[in-house]
Design a protein around this ligand. Structure first.
Ligand code: GLC
Length: 628
């Protein structure tokens, strides 16, 4: 019998119906747990479906094509070719219209992913570096318009670069329309936030909360006498925490994400996700519901905008971090990316102590060798301070250190107070009660370049450059997408310019946010000054990464004991060949007796490693990628 003829392609509605049927399976669990209530998940799922269907229908043709590409290649972001660059648009290019002119620079470095730091309409005045958003649907007028943004994403994509922006979803500015309506007394919008009529509950919550900004914004609640309410404000007073128990908040943020996805965003950096759910008697961080929310957002986005992925920003200890890449029921379904802040902390810890045992212990015992359809974003520095996330339990594994002692040592070392320290950083948010101190400073300044240049000490400059390049080699090979923070490829040092600007002077994190130095950038091919050497070194590291299949993010990473406390070692277990990566965290030659085949080549230098009989000799601060 002849079958009726069917067209070879699905129409838009059919495709959506199929996508919904498949995606619903990954939504139903988290949505039921979060918002099921007495009626079950049916009504809220139906509203989610409507939001998704609306955005699916409106999705522009170029993005639909990208959707299809990524349906075919859902592992695109795990490729060894991925390299990210993170920048403040005004400090990097000026505005959105000026961005295309800088694309050649990004391409030269090998960038495939551009994180444009907060660029949505911030509140006026102090805005926590743009993390206090008053309108998610408008670009900061100082930078351009939404139409400019869309055009910029097209130029970037034409150059093989995906656009990432921040989605600040733990809080809005108090000037956001939702907050203004809430303040005006509208109960629907009051339920978007966490508001209390008297200080009793806030005080009870405070007993188990920590303070993010104990100096500049102590406490977690703010009293507004005009409203007669206490509002939950984890960060600054002007950043009001959203109430994620309210399904309207979920729907509103999902709608916002898809609106922005329709403007060409391919990666959303979900800001401060650890804080999204609160429960009395807990620290209100990393609660299980956060993972349900993230799975639900990721899977809903995947239905209507499959080209898009999410990166969770949870700067937390090792055991709390791993679940953000999907564990247990969330495996392969939660955020595709998460910041590896523990790798970052351990890099700085080993560099200061010249001892990699804590690093080896932490990275070996708390982290799986690979994740299902997810990977880390690896980095050495970013726009924020460094929180010394070293637990008592991990410190207890080491001889002669304690958690508080080692954290205090690191803060002292990087503030340049410790004798013999090469670093030029500064304390941030010293907490008199807990003794906690965090650290600010640029990659180059913390790694010793600023002090060495000031002293005009050639050997110290060489050592600082070697430390910087070892850090770049580490994040390019450890597994995950390396994030280069603007200026770190040129060795830009601390900037005190922020002190003259009242809206920024109170926040020391601005010292690691210098404006781009285009004069130096113009000389990278020719200059023998540190910026030329660092840039060429970074570009080379990234080029070798891109040519090395075994460095793709889906390839397992196994941390091993090098047998030498000064040397950190890990294997990339490619299914054809293994790469043995070694980092010497000291200023002296180090010997390592590892079983590396005789003919092995160091991919970075293109030459065999130094050997002394069966022993490998690592030059000071060397990074080696050995492949048979
Ligand atoms: C994130 C940002 C940080 C900001 C905070 C609150 O941690 O990286 O800069 O202060 O969220 O939005």
């Amino acid at each position: 019998m002849k079958r009726p003829r069917q067209p070879a392609t699905l129409n838009r509605e059919e495709a959506f119906a199929l996508r919904w049927r498949r995606g619903r399976r990954d939504l139903i669990g988290p949505i039921t747990r979060l918002y099921g209530g007495t009626e079950g998940p049916g009504p809220i799922l139906e509203r989610i479906r409507q939001v998704l269907a609306r955005h699916w229908a409106a999705r522009p043709a170029d993005l639909r094509r990208l959707d299809l590409e990524r349906d075919v290649d859902p592992d695109w972001f795990l490729s060894e070719e991925m390299v990210a660059y993170v920048f403040y648009l005004d400090r990097f290019a000026g505005g959105l219209k000026d961005l295309p002119a800088r694309i050649d620079y990004l391409k030269d470095l090998g960038v495939t992913y551009a994180h444009v730091m907060p660029c949505l309409m911030p509140r006026p005045g102090a805005s926590d570096g743009g993390y206090a958003v008053m309108d998610y649907r408008r670009i900061d007028p100082k930078l351009g318009t939404m139409a400019d943004f869309r055009r910029a994403t097209l130029s970037l994509r034409a150059a093989g670069i995906s656009t990432c922006i921040d989605m600040v979803l733990n809080h809005t500015a108090k000037e956001h329309e939702w907050a203004r309506r809430a303040r005006g007394g509208d109960p629907f919008y009051q339920d978007f936030y966490l508001m209390f009529d008297d200080p009793d509950l806030p005080q009870r919550y405070e007993r188990t909360l920590t303070e993010v900004f104990p100096d500049q914004a102590p406490g977690n609640f703010t009293h507004y006498p005009d409203m007669g309410k206490w509002v939950w404000t984890t960060f600054n007073e002007y950043q009001w925490d959203l109430n994620w128990r309210n399904p309207e908040v979920f729907l509103a943020i999902l709608d916002t994400i898809l609106f922005l996805a329709g403007k060409g965003v391919e990666i959303f950096r979900l800001d401060a996700v650890a804080f999204m759910w609160k429960r009395m008697g807990t620290s209100c961080q990393n609660l299980p519901e956060v993972h349900d929310i993230l799975q639900a957002l990721t899977q809903a986005t995947r239905i209507a905008a499959p080209a898009v992925i999410h990166k969770a920003e949870a700067i937390v200890g090792p055991t709390d971090l791993v679940p953000y890449l999907g564990q247990d029921t969330h495996q392969g379904r939660e955020s595709q990316l998460a910041y590896h802040n523990n790798l970052m902390v351990q890099f700085w810890s080993s560099l200061a102590s010249r001892d990699t045992r804590l690093m080896t212990h932490v990275l070996r015992s708390h982290f799986p060798e690979s994740f299902r359809r997810a990977c880390f974003a690896t980095y050495i520095r970013c726009h924020d301070d460094i929180g010394w996330a070293i637990t008592e339990e991990d410190a207890a594994h080491m001889p002669h250190i304690t958690g508080p002692g080692h954290r205090a040592f690191l803060a002292d070392f990087y503030a340049g107070r410790f004798r013999g320290s090469f670093a030029r950083g500064a304390d941030f948010q010293v907490n008199a009660v807990t003794g906690d101190r965090r650290t600010n400073g640029s990659f180059a300044s913390l790694a010793g370049l600023e002090a060495a240049m000031e002293a005009g000490d050639g050997a110290a400059i060489d050592a600082a450059i070697a430390r910087i390049l070892m850090g770049h080699a580490l994040i390019a090979s450890f597994g995950g997408i390396p994030l280069i923070y603007m200026g770190d490829e040129l060795g830009l040092t601390n900037d005190d310019g922020y002190l003259a600007d009242p809206a920024r002077a109170g926040d020391g994190r601005w010292m690691q946010r210098p404006p781009m130095d285009w004069d130096r950038a113009a000389e990278v091919d020719t200059s023998d000054a540190p910026h030329g050497r660092i840039y060429r070194g970074v570009r080379h590291i990234l080029a070798v990464r891109k040519a090395t299949l075994q460095l793709a993010s889906g390839i397992p990473t196994r941390v091993i004991d090098s047998g030498n406390t000064g040397v950190f070692a890990y294997l990339r277990l490619g299914d054809d060949r293994t790469i043995t990566c070694l980092c010497n965290f000291t200023e002296r030659f180090q010997d390592v007796a590892l079983d590396v085949p005789a003919g092995a080549i160091d991919l970075l230098s293109g030459a065999p490693p130094l050997r002394d009989g069966p022993v490998l000799r690592l030059p000071p601060y060397a990074a080696l990628w050995l492949r048979a």
